[in-house]
Design a protein around this ligand. Structure first.
Ligand code: AN7
Length: 384
């Protein structure tokens, strides 16, 4: 009989602090099996000669369509456990969608602060549908986060951004799942970096599993920021971050130090990818792998391809290569394409991709449809 998944807090209860387990709020998040991406493996082989098995950790499969749900189940469980009436978060969209859904499930009022404009329509719709108090601030994400933190400091309100350590507890389970499925850590784990909570959470998860002897290795953490919003790469804050990947349009990441620690302790990298590279990876994921993501989610694959093409893909660090085995690469795709679907239809300037995406008009007629599809004529009775 199949086991029914109980959500990340209960599934990984042994790795959760007690206060999160008292009153669990879950929508059934996590348990996302890796998706093999042989098309990406073939590209890497062609560019670098390296044998790699590439897997996508598709976090768009979570209840609200992003990885945020993993941390929201734990943060909301803790908030409910202490009797919170109101939670607040700053968000580029996904955190607000997730906070709104989990707060609703917990019977808590969600207040969300989002930047003026530049939020994908699907995410706004989610927050509104779940009954969030949606406040649009005339500033960017970084301004929103400052406000949210001050609100939580001065009023009886719980902050559920990833600076809340209870968020990281749930979010780290993504690393557990990867190890549980592969039998060990992958050689490389690539992912987008915005506010830097996720890279912090993965690294914590990988280390905890390693310490508990659930894995025998640790991965190299490869994080990728958007070029116009790459403070960690530049080494200084970015006052006016810009990228089409609105989810990671962040100039002052809250978990900056933890991200740098994850990079350095794992001998990894944090580098930048251009919007064009992000959109190319977005297309490869949808058209060659079968996974539809929002632009920010494609930054991990964009980074892997960039490193392959610039000759800075350094697989010689992998012990498995000595044995001639392909190395495992896991790429986290953080959010679902349905949240921000325009990128399937429009180019980088927001213009329609034209005939490539426009449906072909056809008569309501069987042979007309078959003819456009260039299907060979069916066998007739005479042929038989
Ligand atoms: C799809 O929702 O910060 O580095 O407020 O939505 O952990 O911040 C979203 C971030 C990557 C970056 N991909 O993760 C928010 C928010 C998607 C995201 C990131 C986000 P972090």
């Amino acid at each position: 009989m199949a086991q029914i998944w109980k959500g990340v807090v209960r599934e990984y209860a042994d790795f959760m602090p007690e206060h999160i387990l008292r009153d669990v709020v879950t929508l059934g998040e996590g348990g996302n099996a890796l998706i093999a991406a042989p098309a990406v493996g073939a590209m890497l082989k062609e560019i670098t000669g390296v044998n790699a098995k590439v897997f996508i950790k598709f976090e768009g499969r979570n209840p609200t369509g992003s990885f945020k749900d993993r941390g929201m189940t734990s943060a909301m469980s803790a908030a409910k456990g202490k009797g919170a009436k109101v939670v607040v978060c700053a968000s580029t969209g996904n955190t607000s969608a997730s906070a709104a859904a989990y707060a609703t499930a917990a019977g808590i009022l969600p207040a969300v602060l989002v930047p003026d404009g530049k939020i994908a329509m699907g995410k706004l719709a989610q927050a509104i549908a779940h009954g969030a108090k949606l406040l649009q601030v005339n500033g960017n994400f970084d301004d929103c986060l400052v406000l949210a933190r001050k609100l939580a400091e001065n009023y009886d309100v719980e902050l559920v951004n990833s600076v809340n350590p209870d968020r990281i507890q749930g979010q780290k389970t993504a690393a557990f799942e990867v190890v549980d499925e592969l039998g060990d850590a992958p050689t490389i784990h690539a992912l987008p970096v915005g506010n830097a909570g996720n890279i912090t959470a993965y690294w914590k998860g990988y280390r905890e599993y390693y310490t508990a002897n659930c894995s025998s290795t640790l991965p190299f953490m490869w994080g990728f920021q958007a070029e116009g919003a790459a403070p960690i790469v530049l080494g200084h804050e970015v006052d006016n971050p810009e990228t089409i990947a609105t989810a990671i349009r962040i100039g002052k990441p809250a978990s900056w130090e933890q991200a740098v620690a994850a990079r350095d302790e794992s001998n990894g990298v944090i580098e930048a990818v251009s919007d064009a590279q992000i959109l190319e990876a977005h297309r490869i994921l949808s058209a060659e792998v079968g996974v539809f993501v929002e632009p920010a989610s494609a930054a991990g694959l964009a980074g892997i391809l960039k490193k392959a093409r610039t000759g800075t893909f350094t697989p010689d660090l992998s012990p498995s290569l000595d044995k001639g085995e392909p190395m495992n690469i896991v790429i986290t795709c953080t959010g679902h394409g349905l949240k921000d679907p325009e990128w399937a239809l429009n180019d980088i300037n927001g213009n329609s991709k034209g005939s490539e995406v426009e449906p072909v008009k056809v008569q309501n007629d069987l042979s007309a449809v078959a003819s456009i599809l260039r299907l060979p004529a069916p066998m007739t009775e005479r042929d038989l």
